[in-house]
Design a protein around this ligand. Sequence first.
Ligand code: TRP
Length: 452
Amino acid sequence: MTDTTKSIHGEWSSRFAFILAATGSAVGLGNIWKFPYITGENGGGAFVLVYLLCVLAIGIPIMIAEIMMGRRGRQSPINTMTTLAEEAQVDSRWHYLGWMGVAAGFLILSYYSVVAGWALSYVVKAFFGGFSGGDAEEIKSLFDGLVASPVQLVFWHSVFMLATMMIVRRGVSGGLEKAVRFLMPALFVILLLLVGYAMTTGFYQQGLDFMFEADFSEIDANAILTAMGHAFFTLSLGMGAIMVYGSYLPRHISIAKTAIYIAGADTIVALLAGIAIFPIVFANGLEPGAGPGLIFQTLPIAFGNMSGGWLFGFLFFVLLVFAALSSSISLIEPAVAWLVENKGMDRHSACIWSGLVTWLLGVAVAFSFNIWSDITLFDKSIFDLLDYLTANLMLPLGGLCIALFAGWMMKRQHTLQELEMPEQQYGVWKFLICYIAPAAVFLVFLHVVGII
Ligand code: TRP
């Protein structure tokens, strides 16, 4: 942990490269697919408000902690935790946090890849004019037809997993750094275009009201948990993804500023997606609470009814797939880095093994939409269960442990040295990470189990 130590896996070429990669990890299906549909399911404004508060008070401080811990440890999250626990002279069992992260990464990627597969199949549909002139009914049956087909789901899931593993194999500073640099701004522009379309629907104001008028009677403990879990999910926190990216970060780069940029960009993309989608929902008499298919049942209506819509639809889904790719690689990188460090594998075999495990699990998720749809546990399908377990439980729990470790276990001189912040700002972070973030997560958990 001297100034010269680098990760054996490589290093980002600059601060900007790290921002791009971490933003690439943060911005993904979570923003464009998940945020609108859970907002719709949980009644809108109040949910959005809780989510924004969680990003500010929990997400940003924990992101700073995760990047900081990664850069200090310079290894996969599991080994980083071992090293940091040694340095802080605390119980070595803290490294189980790294294991939980690896497990969460596998579980998330297994369903993430299936949903990314939906987007892939929509690239083709859009290209061949599949949405043109479609009304809400036709567009919905297009989606229903897709998820009812195990063969199609497994096919697209396989394509996506293959693409992910091929990128991960090339390591941190390979093609992705360059791709993200161009694709992120492009995605942003297309979202603005969709917002422009939403303004023409005549239901723009109604969409905005739905998203920003907070009516707290709409939400219960579970909605609050979902909002908090989503803050972790959308910022890629709580499982070591941002930690492992931090481990490739060169020294003397302001971690706090960087974290704020990333969280800001991520939030803007999510809000834009919501602003584009809800007017279309209301204009077509659809249900905001339609569930995971929401964007696939709404945006194609817009594409099908604007001129040149096939092209915009095509571009949109291509960019969505790239946004998903730049996220999925961060879900598997902690496991790959660990296999390389501890099992003496090269990146190639590490990718094959971890990819295979995820792929198999993903097949089960794909089946849970059709042939296995009646297999349920706690009233949830395999897909719902994995989503709940990871986003609502494992990530906040991981985040809680990260906050406790960075705030209470690590020595002040070490965190101060890594963060290089002015005294006052450091004080704010320290207060948030020691008290606010852990207390918030803990209280939400207690609220859900009904203790408070
Ligand atoms: N943040 C990504 C999204 O919003 C998903 C993601 C990538 C993620 N890496 C992660 C979620 C790590 C949790 C943990 O789509």
